[in-house]
Write a protein that binds this ligand. Structure first.
Ligand code: URA
Length: 434
């Protein structure tokens, strides 16, 4: 078999066989197929697509490209959650402690930022000393003891996805349904949870820009999970504007802490309750989602979810006191308001542009290896449907470099559109696919 022939076959619209996909994934993982050939293949897949069978073969080949984690040492049903990525998406930071406080075992593998979207690991590193590079036995022990552990994708777990993810990030081949579905599901299958709840984003800040595409992705992933014998469900939520108000690593950690203190933004709380209730039901701790939601509200009200976050941060090397004193998290040197250029109702926010503004401030990576500034970002003051007067703040920008702040503020202002009447509010949760 030759990679050249496989690239040509896909480029011409052909269907790759299980053997061909296996050859390509193994060869790439072993370093025998170079990046430039795999990049060409990714672009061919981007344009010509993969059908359901090809996507299944790709997912399975990537899942089996390294170790398959055995979580049988953890008692009870292990539940994992994964988001397709968005702007201001700090969901795991609040959701994992909420469901763990309800007695669910959260054994989770998370990622770093990708494109204009942030990553859970980067956000968690706002707690100095916090690490997701923990050995497997400590990961298991933490899940058994406190109910949550989060680790990064190790070199041994779905290594094919790890290499491909980095390649896709820099070759404009992220937003393809088969590639996203196989990337997410290969990791989820390799990391061994019994149940998988997927948070599929739809809108201008998501990789899937329309609800139709998000639904197709959700259905594809649910099918992949079920075919692999895992209980799988997907929630489709709106990403046409940032989730909550905060965008930027430490700022998002603070917003997640506020939420666990009962002061979270309505959309973010709704998402945590929806995903969480499916996780609690899948983990066998409630008979239905209504009962599960009651439990989740209770663990916020009695402080046990916040306590779980503190236990989790401490167990992975961070300072638990910061959970109770979020003002000690990394803070930028300067803050400035971004004034509204006119009076009216906010009718639209180009959400991925807001993600880019955070990257411009230093909140994301320029290259695969660059460091990120955890303190910078934006806190929106106005979202779609809100009324704003000319000169009133649309957002507060947090930065360490005045020039970058000015450039980001200009771009941010351009991402807003206004109208004279309030826009009709769209439902935030669009569908649940089970
Ligand atoms: N998240 C992933 O893990 N992979 C993708 O391809 C996109 C989002």
């Amino acid at each position: 078999m030759r990679m050249y022939d496989l690239i040509m076959k896909k480029r011409n619209g052909g269907k790759l066989t299980k053997e061909e996909i296996g050859y390509m994934v193994q060869g790439f993982t072993a370093g025998e197929i170079p990046d430039y050939q795999m990049s060409a293949m990714m672009m061919a897949v981007y344009f010509m697509g993969m059908d359901e069978e090809e996507t299944l073969h790709l997912t399975m080949a990537m899942a089996h490209s390294g170790d398959m984690l055995d979580l049988s040492g953890i008692q009870g049903i292990k539940v994992d959650k994964h988001s397709t990525g968005g702007v201001g998406d700090k969901t795991s930071l609040a959701l994992a402690p909420m469901v763990a406080a309800c007695g669910i075992k959260v054994a989770k593998m998370s990622g770093r930022g990708l494109g204009h979207t942030g990553g859970t690991i980067d956000k968690l590193e706002s707690f100095p000393g916090f690490t997701t590079e923990i050995p497997e036995d400590r990961f298991m022990e933490n899940v058994n003891r406190i109910g949550i552990a989060i680790m990064g994708q190790t070199a041994d777990l779905a290594p094919a996805d790890k290499k491909l993810y980095a390649l896709r990030d820099v070759t404009a081949t992220v937003d393809n349904m088969s590639l996203i579905a196989s990337s997410i599901m290969s990791k989820k299958l390799a990391s061994g949870a019994d149940a998988i709840i997927l948070d599929v984003k739809s809108g201008s800040g998501a990789f899937m820009k329309t609800e139709e595409k998000a639904r197709a992705l959700a259905e594809e992933m649910v099918k992949l999970g079920k075919n692999a014998g895992r209980r799988t469900a997907a929630v489709i939520s709106d990403m046409d504007q940032p989730l909550g108000y905060a965008v930027g690593n430490a700022l998002e950690v603070k917003e997640a802490i506020d939420t666990l203190n009962g002061n979270g933004p309505a959309d973010f709380l709704e998402l945590c309750l929806t995903l969480g209730s499916h996780m609690v039901v899948a983990g066998g701790m409630a008979k239905n989602t209504a009962e599960a939601e009651g439990k989740l509200r209770q663990v916020i009200a009695d402080g046990s979810a916040l306590g779980k976050l503190a236990d989790f941060v401490e167990a992975q090397g961070g300072d638990r006191e910061m959970v109770y004193h979020p003002e000690r998290l990394p803070r930028a040197a300067f803050t400035e308001s971004i004034p509204s250029p006119r009076e009216g109702y906010v009718s639209r926010i180009v959400c991925d542009e807001v993600g880019v503004c955070s990257l411009m401030l230093g909140g994301g990576r320029e290259t695969k290896d660059s460091a990120i500034d955890l303190s910078v970002g934006l806190v929106l003051q106005k979202k779609v449907g809100d009324f704003v007067r000319k000169g009133e703040a649309l957002a507060v920008i947090h930065g360490n470099d005045r020039e970058k702040m000015q450039a980001a503020a200009r771009r941010f202002t351009e991402s807003y559109a206004f109208s004279d009447c309030p826009a009709e509010r769209q439902p935030f949760i669009k569908a649940v696919i089970e």
